[in-house]
Design a protein around this ligand. Structure first.
Ligand code: SF4
Ligand code: SF4
Length: 57
């Protein structure tokens, strides 16, 4: 399993960035990107995203 940003759905609000406890999320332009090497799959960002653009798959 990996937690991923669905780029087509991300609106660039940056809400998820400070929510990640291990600072695994950064912005690439107007899209959030998750560093898979840092992500612990805690799913906090999934709950935080207002447009459900982050999914575990
Ligand atoms: S699942 Fe948790 S560790 Fe991974 S990017 Fe989201 S908030 Fe950060
Ligand atoms: S909270 Fe959701 S819409 Fe906002 S930047 Fe993060 S992934 Fe994109």
């Amino acid at each position: 399993m990996a937690v991923k940003v669905i780029a087509d759905d991300c609106v660039g609000c940056e809400t998820c960035v400070p929510e990640c406890p291990v600072e695994a999320i950064c912005m690439n332009g107007d899209k959030a990107v998750i560093d898979q090497g840092k992500c612990t799959q805690c799913k906090t960002c999934i709950e935080a995203c207002p447009v459900e653009a982050i999914k575990a798959e």
